[in-house]
Design a protein around this ligand. Structure first.
Ligand SMILES: NC(=O)c1ccc[n+]([C@@H]2O[C@H](COP(=O)([O-])OP(=O)(O)OC[C@H]3O[C@@H](n4cnc5c(N)ncnc54)[C@H](OP(=O)(O)O)[C@@H]3O)[C@@H](O)[C@H]2O)c1
Length: 355
């Protein structure tokens, strides 16, 4: 058996960090060697420092691992093959650039740099070809590279849009979201604010959906991504759901399908899936499934489809008002929307020879 790649997680105690730890501790290609935390928790054993809240469990050895302080030179000296970042944006912006400069290959969930032209923003089934952008980063004087995981809501949306865009050309997207509390991190939304309530504002979220979607569905021309030609308009809300972002989506199409069943077939077949034949361990068999029941998808019932990597579409109908389709989509925010997608991106970059 070929040797496993040596990997580490930054921000290992947070919500996304916990998903990374659970999935990487028993990964067929990756060996999880090191966990990094904030200075306050460094030195403690992972089991003492982490407040474990997610519904999957890592291999037992991780509980005894000592958390390491995050010092870029020391991370670089370890010579990991890939480093996964689940850092808050304000910490990530300087640390990740410093790591890449020092030769570290970083797959990051944090938002800074996502829209930079030479940084790939990857949702592998949709735009695996954009991975090549990492080659351009040596022009910044970096010896390593950074690849970004999209915003959670955008990763879920673009997976469902891609088959429709390939077949019918998307003209405009109108979306309203109902987002889980775990999307805001371990200490994100106080229970006194969210229980029995809905908050119709998530800082920066609407802008991320409106810009990132067009980059992800854009076309790589030479060394730059030409953004997709359609516009996205979004309203984002926080709701008292634990995991799973739901999105009500209206998609205006250039050449609409004849029936909703035809659109359902296009979504489930997903002919343009760019990683179908690569054999990546985290790739779900079906990136998109269509539920026919009138009351699906629901977060509790559908968020773990495809081990959390599949987006469930329901209430799919032709929409005479927009001249396209309307539907409800649902995906797991810390899996497809964060750590699960991060692991899939690392598998892709390794398979393409960039690790
Ligand atoms: N939650 C989601 O659904 C989601 C989805 C997509 C993207 N993201 C992005 O992913 C990142 C992580 O999100 P999260 O939800 O996991 O946040 P979180 O639960 O707040 O976790 C943040 C992590 O960063 C660590 N940290 C904080 N300050 C640090 C410092 N100065 N040095 C080193 N480590 C530090 C924390 O360690 P301590 O425990 O020691 O404080 C913790 O492990 C964010 O950039 C977020 O925007 C999140």
């Amino acid at each position: 058996m070929p040797e496993k790649l040596r990997v580490a997680v930054l921000g290992a105690t947070g919500l996304v960090g916990q998903r990374f730890v659970a999935r990487l501790s028993r990964h067929p290609w990756f060996d999880l060697e090191a966990l990094y935390s904030s200075p306050e928790k460094a030195g403690l054993r992972y089991g003492e420092a982490v407040q474990w809240v997610i519904d999957e469990h890592p291999e037992d050895y991780v509980w005894g691992e000592r958390l390491r302080p995050l010092k870029p030179e020391e991370v670089a000296r370890e010579g990991f093959d890939i480093v996964f970042s689940a850092l808050p944006s304000n910490v990530a912006s300087d640390v990740e650039v410093e790591l890449a400069r020092l030769g570290v290959k970083v797959v990051s969930n944090a938002s800074p740099l996502r829209m930079e032209p030479d940084i790939p923003l990857l949702n592998p089934e949709v735009n695996a070809d954009h991975a090549r952008l990492v080659e351009l980063q040596s022009k910044r004087g970096w010896r390593g590279w950074i690849a970004k995981v999209p915003n959670c809501t955008t990763a879920i949306l673009t997976l469902a849009l891609k088959p429709l865009h390939d077949e019918y050309r998307v003209k405009r997207v109108t979306v309203a979201t109902m987002q889980a509390v775990t999307g805001a991190g371990l200490r994100g939304v106080p229970s006194t604010v969210i229980i029995d309530n809905l908050v119709p504002f998530i800082p920066g979220e609407e802008e991320k959906m409106e810009t990132e979607s067009r980059k992800i569905l854009g076309t790589l021309r030479g060394t730059r991504v030409e953004p997709a030609g359609f516009k996205v308009t979004a309203i984002t809300t926080r709701v008292p759901v634990l995991d799973g972002h739901t999105e009500a989506v209206f998609v205006e199409l250039e050449e609409p399908p004849a029936t909703a069943d035809e659109a359902a077939r296009v979504l489930e077949e997903f002919k343009g899936n760019r990683i179908k034949s690569l054999g990546l361990p985290s790739a779900p068999e079906k990136p998109v499934i269509v539920r026919k029941e009138v009351d699906r998808p629901q977060p509790r019932l559908d968020r773990l489809a495809g081990n959390g990597m599949t987006v469930a579409v329901g209430r799919l109908r032709l929409d005479p008002v927009t001249g396209g389709v309307k539907m409800v989509i649902l995906g797991h925010n810390t899996i497809r929307g964060a750590a699960g997608n991060g692991v899939l991106i690392a598998e892709l970059l390794h398979k393409l020879g960039y690790s």
